[in-house]
Structure formats: structure tokens, C-alpha cells
Design a protein around this ligand. Structure first.
Ligand code: PLP
Length: 449
């Protein structure tokens, strides 16, 4: 089969004349050229020139079971022929109910109910609006500030984007700053020289506790954090950090919202990382991306039974969680997510866990290269951070676009890299084999060299 395609120059030209792409610079907005990707198969994608590349970032951390899975394509076709859409306002469908039950079965603690969205930003937005609703209904109208951290990425809608912690994401965009309190990124690589990781962890926890005390728990509604900061550069927090933050939140009745948009659905070898990898039970988990392996835009949040029970008990006559999207519980998205979960449960998760040590060990060998300050990661996500000098760890002296230059070299050699200024992020499809890991690391080594 296959779809007949335009000559690639024509596509690029059309885009340049009519398409606004995400994250454009002002100087190029609406007139940008980007690598054209024409097709995908397994861990590979093919560019507009017909060149086959390893999909190093699995799209955007999302194509977890790999490209061109016939079982997923077929389920979408079958579901669209059965029921392509129904309004979630006053009707419901079977795939969303079955998927909610399956997802809740994997979730830690008492997380029991799922609200489906169109992606990660809308999942985070839904969780934050839920927190506001929860506190309003309970008469705690002052308890709505949100704690977030440097290095965080939570989305591109107004409130979710307001949480973002990377300076570049906020420099030119406004946000709901009056609602947000920023804390430090839990990045051990950037701890003070001479400080142990354990002492760094103590410092982060103390900062959190002091902030709650200074502002007052009665004004703080939620903490939102990625268990592993993904777009911030695969920041794996110090051992015990998440459990200690979770405890402070519980003690102060602050909702702990784990943003698992990247870490869920297999990236760390489990459906959810919060419970199975980090031993925490958040009040809400947000997810997206890997839930459909990118085959359909879907996300959601899982909410704790305790919170729902608090609301039901209030038995408030008029209070309404006035929040819902046209595509909430989309039947095609939920159907493909079910088929995707089948693949994860029946082999892909086990494979991811099996190749993880090899993936991390092979990437770690890149620390031999003089440009590389650190290679870090967990599961099948890793970051190669380039520095000007290993002692100062200063990325600023470097060509600001070193990541892009590495990406360009690697592209020629057959690997798509996700460049983040001075960092290269690797998060391939979870189906990657040892031989393919060797190819990926070999190309990255040559590209960086
Ligand atoms: N949260 C995290 C941790 C993410 O990495 C992302 C996207 O990369 C989002 C939220 C936003 O998701 P989306 O782009 O699907 O709206």
C-alpha cells in the first residue's frame, strides 16, 4: 500500500508558505524549513531524500512501540468504522470505560478514575483546574498556588506553560506568574562543587519545606513535577527526593501531581514510574504520548479515589467541574490506546527492562569524549550533556547550538537526535535491540567527535 507523496521540495515549499511550525523564532515564523519525514517503520524513519534514520527521540518521547504497527493501524480503522466519535457531554463509549479500568489497574495508591484529554498540556491543565475546583468546593479558596521547578516542562497551554522552568521557554511568553512558585531543579549535575548528592538532596527538601512554611500551606494547592525532568535534560532526581517531597505534600494537604507524560507507558520499563520505579503514590498522575505510542493524540489524568470522595461528600448542590474537551474520551484514541497497552503488557515492557542496562552502559561510554560533561539517564531515556570545560561544567562558553550541529552530523550518518541547546536527548522506541543500540551510540559518538 502506501500513500502517494508530493516531491519533497514541493512539501517543504508549501510548509514554508503556509505552515506555522511549533517553537519558531520571530525571524523565521511562518517561513521555516525543517527536515521532512516521509515514513516510519520500527525504530526507523525516512526523510524527504529517502534516507533512513534511527528515530533517536521516538518522535517526541512517544512512539514507544515503534512505527508502522499494523495492529494499531487496524484498530483505528475498525473503531472509526464502528463509531468514529460521540459527544462526551451527555453520552459515553465502551473503549474509554475499558481503557480507564485498565489504566487504573496499573496506577499506584488509590488512583482510580481517569479523565481523558487530547495530550499532555491539556492533561496538566485539567489536573490544575481540578485542584482549583477541589479547593473551591471545600471552601479553601485561598489554597491554590502551584509549586513548580526550574528545568520543568509541562506544556504549551497558558497555565501548563506558566509552570515551565527553562528560561528560554519563558523569556518571550507571558504566563500566570501570580499563581506559580518556582523551586530549584533537582539536577545533581548542577549541584555546588564539593557537595555530595545526599547533601544536595537535603538542600532541595529543605527548600521545599521552607517555601511551604514561608507561604503557608493554606495558600498552596499543588506541587506539579515530572518524576524525571525530560525536556529539562533527563534530570534524574537524587535517591529518596521524590518520597520526601511526597511526604511534605501529604503532611500539608498539598496535592502531589506527578506529570508522567514522558515517564509513563514504558519509558522506564513500567506503565507508571511513580509507584513501580520511585515508590510514590501521587494524588494525580498526568499522562499522554506513550499511551497511544503517538498513533493518536490522547492524554489524561488519573485522580485519587479519596479526592473524588471528598467532593461527593460535600454534596454541593451547584458546584460543577466545568471542564471537558470535545475530544475527551475519544473512541478512536481510546481503542488504539487499548491495543497499544496490549503490546506493552505482552512483551514490550519486558523488553524495555531487559535492554535498559545495555542502553545506559553503552551511552555512558560517550563520557570518554572531551566535549561530553555527563551522560545520565534512567530506563530508555538518556541525555548527553556537552560542556565547555568539565570542571566549570559551563555550557555557555560553547557554541549555543552545539546540539543542533551534532544533530546535523548525526543526520548525515543515519540518526535523528533531539538537540536541546548543549544537550542531546536519546529516547528511542522501546523495541530497540542491542545491535540497534550499538548503531545508535556509534553514530552519536562519531557525530559528537
Ligand atoms: N508534560 C511533559 C512532562 C512533557 O514532556 C510534555 C511534552 O513534551 C507535556 C507535558 C505537554 O504535552 P503535549 O505536548 O502533548 O501537550
Amino acid at each position: 500500500g502506501g500513500i502517494e507523496m508530493l516531491p519533497s521540495e514541493d512539501t517543504v515549499d508549501l510548509a514554508k508558505r503556509h505552515l506555522v511550525q511549533p517553537w519558531p523564532t520571530a525571524g523565521e515564523i511562518g517561513a521555516e524549513t525543517r527536515s521532512l519525514i516521509g515514513s516510519g517503520d520500527g525504530i526507523y524513519i525516512t526523510d524527504g531524500d529517502g534516507k533512513r534514520l534511527i528515530d533517536g527521540p521516538a518522535g517526541m518521547w512517544c512512539v514507544n512501540v515503534g512505527h508502522r504497527r499494523e495492529e494499531l493501524a487496524r484498530v483505528m480503522y475498525d473503531q472509526a468504522m464502528q463509531l468514529s466519535y460521540n459527544t462526551p457531554w451527555y453520552t459515553m463509549n465502551e473503549p474509554s470505560a475499558v481503557l480507564a479500568e485498565r489504566i487504573a489497574g496499573h496506577a499506584p495508591g488509590d488512583l482510580s478514575h481517569v479523565f481523558f484529554t487530547t495530550g499532555g498540556s491539556s492533561a496538566v491543565e485539567s489536573a490544575l483546574r481540578f485542584m482549583q475546583f477541589y479547593n473551591n468546593v471545600r471552601g479553601r479558596t485561598e489554597k491554590k498556588l502551584i509549586l513548580s521547578r526550574g528545568g520543568a516542562y509541562h506544556g504549551s497551554t497558558y497555565l501548563s506553560a506558566s509552570l515551565n522552568g527553562r528560561p528560554r521557554d519563558r523569556d518571550w511568553m507571558d504566563g500566570a506568574d501570580e499563581l506559580i512558585v518556582k523551586l530549584s531543579s533537582p539536577d545533581p549535575f548542577r549541584r555546588l562543587a564539593g557537595m555530595s548528592v545526599a547533601a544536595f538532596c537535603d538542600r532541595l527538601v529543605a527548600e521545599f519545606a521552607e517555601t511551604v512554611k514561608r507561604i503557608g500551606a493554606d495558600r498552596i494547592g499543588a506541587f506539579v513535577g515530572e518524576p524525571v525532568q525530560a525536556s529539562g535534560g533527563v534530570i534524574v532526581p537524587p535517591e529518596g527526593y521524590l518520597r520526601r517531597i511526597r511526604k511534605i505534600c501529604r503532611d500539608n494537604d498539598i496535592l502531589f501531581i506527578a506529570d508522567e507524560v514522558v515517564t509513563a507507558f514504558g519509558r522506564l520499563g513500567h506503565v507508571f514510574a511513580s509507584g513501580d520505579v520511585f515508590g510514590i503514590d501521587p494524588d494525580i498522575i498526568t499522562f499522554a504520548k506513550g499511551v497511544t505510542s503517538g498513533y493518536f493524540p490522547l492524554g489524561g489524568m488519573i485522580v485519587s479515589e479519596r479526592l473524588l470522595e471528598d467532593l461527593r461528600r460535600s454534596n454541593h448542590p451547584t458546584a460543577m467541574y466545568a471542564h471537558g474537551l470535545t475530544y475527551t474520551s475519544h473512541p478512536v484514541g481510546c481503542a488504539v490506546a487499548l491495543a497499544n497497552l496490549d503490546l506493552l503488557e505482552n512483551g514490550v515492557l519486558a523488553h524495555a527492562r531487559e535492554v535498559t542496562p545495555y542502553f545506559q552502559a553503552q551511552l555512558k561510554t560517550l563520557e570518554e569524549l572531551p566535549l561530553v560533561g555527563e551522560v545520565r539517564g534512567v530506563g530508555l531515556m538518556a541525555c548527553v550533556e556537552c560542556v565547555a570545560d568539565r570542571d566549570s561544567k559551563d555550557p555557555l562558553e560553547l557554541d549555543r547550538n552545539v546540539g543542533q550541529r551534532i544533530d546535523a552530523h548525526c543526520h548525515d550518518l543515519g540518526l535523528l537526535v533531539r538537540p536541546l541547546i548543549n544537550m542531546c536527548v536519546m529516547s528511542p522506541p522501546l523495541t530497540i535491540t542491542r545491535e540497534q543500540i550499538d548503531d545508535m551510540v556509534g553514530i552519536l559518538r562519531e557525530g559528537i567527535s
